[in-house]
Ligand binder design. Structure first.
Ligand code: C5P
Length: 295
């Protein structure tokens, strides 16, 4: 029996430029994304099955989550086995310990799926390029978690390139207000904004990251095109943003399409201070640190 333990980090989009809707209903994006802790913990075990079919079992410590095809981690195992082990039936057991809140756009579901693919890759050693292609069919954010490190993301999210930067650690706080923002609705709200001009922040931050390492200066270049639309429609998220800013974060930033909000800190001590100041105010508050793990 082979067993592998992997961490499934969350993601923060330091920039998120949203372009118009495409014919397939998706939107083209440009974004600089960084994986962060906290991370879900996943253990994957595999042994040859005594049946002609693959068998996958998912145990999750959060009983509100599905443990079948409705869970991206389960689906990732099935698509991996069908693609790479078509004639060698496997019995796979996944244990998922959730640390990331759902419906926050911190990417937990996609990250769990990517972690399962990474674990199975470590067990069966498949072609990394094919693994990346397979990941993009599971969900828009799976590819970026497979690549890891700071990523330049484009297309609907499936085009990813590792960003070379000397930026080592980023510290901050993540809060999640007690409200959920459905992703498709978030895109519809952005489309409904009159005279909206998509940002060019990704290009700008890429340029800046070549030379600038001061968090104060980098923070000014952060941007999320969802912010205006989401703050208008969800006052609770706007309030979370104001709280993070007034607690003293260098920069508050909506996480993807929400509802979580990130606060950039100068360093570890500043991040601890932000966590302490915000702890009593929101149902979910955590320290966040940039995370590095290779495929
Ligand atoms: O890829 P995912 O399943 O997370 O997307 C959920 C919904 O968000 C899609 O059905 C689509 O309506 C919207 N979306 C989009 N453009 C993207 C990603 C997601 O319009 N690039």
């Amino acid at each position: 029996m082979n067993a592998v333990i992997v961490h499934a980090p969350c993601k923060i989009n330091l920039t998120l430029d949203v372009f118009g809707a495409r014919l397939d209903g998706y939107h083209d994006l440009e974004s600089i994304v960084v994986p962060f802790t906290p991370a879900d913990e996943i253990s994957v075990k595999s042994k040859p099955a005594h049946t002609p079919y693959h068998h996958v079992t998912l145990d999750c410590d959060d009983s509100s989550l599905p443990t079948d095809e409705g869970n991206l981690a389960f689906r990732a195992a099935i698509v991996f086995l069908n693609r790479f082990m078509p004639n060698q039936p496997q019995d796979v057991t996944i244990r998922l310990s959730k640390k990331l809140p759902c419906q926050s756009d911190l990417g937990g579901g996609s990250s769990d799926a990517a972690a399962v693919l990474k674990a199975l890759h470590r067990i069966f050693c498949v072609d990394p390029k094919e693994l990346l292609e397979l990941g993009s069919t599971i969900g828009s954010d799976v590819s970026l978690f497979l690549i890891g490190g700071p990523v330049l993301m484009s297309g609907r999210g499936e085009k990813v390139a590792r960003l070379i930067t000397s930026l080592s650690h980023i510290f901050g706080v993540i809060v999640k207000p007690d409200i959920e923002v459905p992703t498709a609705k978030a895109y519809a709200l952005v489309d409904a904004l009159k005279n909206r001009v998509p940002g060019k922040s990704t290009e700008r931050l890429c340029e800046l990251l070549r030379t600038e390492l001061s968090m104060e200066k980098l923070g000014v270049a952060f941007n999320n095109d969802f912010e205006d639309a989401i703050f208008q429609a969800y006052p609770e998220v706007a309030e979370a943003y104001r709280c993070v800013a007034s607690a003293g974060a260098i920069r508050a930033l909506l996480c993807g399409s929400g509802s979580a909000v990130f606060g950039l800190a100068r360093d570890y001590d500043h991040a601890t201070q932000l966590v302490n100041l915000l702890r009593a105010r929101f149902p979910y508050v955590t320290m966040a640190t940039s995370f590095k793990e290779e495929l």
